[in-house]
Write a protein that binds this ligand. Structure first.
Ligand SMILES: [Zn+2]
Length: 405
């Protein structure tokens, strides 16, 4: 049975320490290296598609979350407020939207700036009950890949289509295999804000954007402020969860009194789209660890190349080559302890994509004999060519360890 918690332990990716608290995992160096590579990729994808990144704090004044509606509609999922004095209370935020609304409001806005895409990989908190917590899949401290697009109502359709394209690109690069698309709609009950006409309009826009995509409708799964497109994954235990989402929100622009100056000089209210390409880093990695069984594509493998000198005679050459590999941006380790066979097995256990064996012959020739994860051995090649091969696959964020074709 594949379980990201067991693999996370075996591969030293993260640790859950009861002293730190349930649902508050700590990313160890190997897990942090993989996550860092993924974060860099996502940031670059967003930057290239016109997003602007911001930083905002993971807590804020109680009044901010009263205004946003979170304390009214979402308080059960939040940690209780922290009181510093009678009129000064803070809450750990359950979402980034309120801060991003303040980014929009930081100065006057013109129609020329729209769609304004504000992105952040930011911290937020949910007071999940301890019984449902486990590994990285359900946590209390969440690092969300998040963005909010502020746009004119007539721009919503094109923006949703564009975001769907970004989601597909990110899934392809990471190796995410979606289980299905879901249009999450209002259900019975009164936990929703906004009027019927707004909801109907938002639902129509999302249906339109999904033309040609196979999806199911899920009444009762909408956010409290609007309908959404959710992209679902299924973990190794068969549990379904949401990895990517696009939500239409007419409500927060009202609450925060957001407006922009239109081409005719009039004030208009923007629409706010909430979207996440790959969800939280925690849930994403819970999934990636399982779907790849710990054998990540080289570009986000914690260690991409392990160098194995056959004996002490090649130790200096291995250290020198490791420096060169580091200089060209690779994550490399040298393993000198134990028999060659044991070191090869250890690298395989750690799912290292490339092994470089250095014997006396290779060192004399300036060569490196590469072995790929899975056992395939390449003929010795000039060491620089070996580094270029690995660097090329990493730069291309390729799923395979060798160039195809
Ligand atoms: Zn949001």
């Amino acid at each position: 049975m594949i379980d990201h918690r067991r693999l996370g332990r075996e591969l030293d990716l993260f640790v859950s320490d009861p002293l730190a608290g349930a649902g508050l995992p700590i990313w160890l160096p190997a897990g942090a290296a993989a996550r860092h590579a993924v974060e860099e990729y996502v940031r670059e994808l967003e930057r290239r598609s016109g997003h602007q990144h911001v930083y905002s704090p993971p807590l804020g004044k109680r009044e901010l979350f009263e205004l946003s509606g979170h304390l009214g509609y979402f308080a059960d999922d939040m940690f209780p407020p922290m009181r510093l004095s009678a009129d000064d209370e803070f809450v750990l935020r359950p979402a980034l939207c309120p801060h991003h609304a303040l980014v929009f409001r930081a100065r006057g806005r013109s129609y020329r700036e729209l769609p304004l895409r504000i992105a952040e990989l930011g911290g937020m908190y949910r007071s999940e009950r301890s019984g449902v917590l486990g590994g990285l899949s359900r946590v209390r401290a969440i690092s969300l890949n998040d963005a909010h697009t502020f746009c004119a109502p007539e721009q919503v359709g094109a923006e949703v289509v564009e975001i769907l394209g970004l989601i597909r690109a990110a899934h392809a690069a990471l190796g995410v295999r979606p289980a299905g698309f879901r249009l999450s709609l209002r259900g019975p009950g009164e936990k929703y804000v906004g009027d019927d006409a707004q909801w109907a309009r938002a639902e129509a826009l999302l249906r339109e954007a999904l033309a040609g995509v196979e999806y199911v409708e899920a009444p009762g799964e909408a956010a409290f402020y609007g309908p959404k497109i959710d992209i679902q994954i299924v973990d190794a235990a068969g549990r379904e969860s949401t990895i990517s989402t696009i939500q239409v929100d007419f409500d927060k622009p009202e609450r925060f009194d957001l407006s922009y100056t239109d081409s005719d000089g009039g004030r208009r209210r923007p629409v706010m789209l909430h979207r996440s390409l790959v969800g939280s880093m925690e849930r994403l990695f819970a999934y990636l660890i399982e779907v790849h069984e710990g054998a990540f594509p080289a570009w986000y493998a914690p260690v991409q190349l392990v160098l194995l000198p056959v004996d002490d005679g090649q130790a200096d050459a291995a250290a020198d080559l490791a420096r060169r590999a580091t200089e060209v941006g690779l994550r490399v380790a040298v393993d000198v302890a134990g028999s060659l066979g044991a070191r090869v097995r250890d690298a395989a256990r750690r799912r290292v994509p490339y092994l470089g064996v250095l014997g006396a012959r290779e060192v004399a020739d300036g060569h490196l004999a590469l072995r790929l994860r899975g056992g395939h051995a390449l003929a010795p090649m000039p060491a620089d060519a070996a580094l270029a091969l690995i660097g090329g696959q990493v730069a291309a964020r390729a799923a395979d360890l060798l160039p195809q074709g």
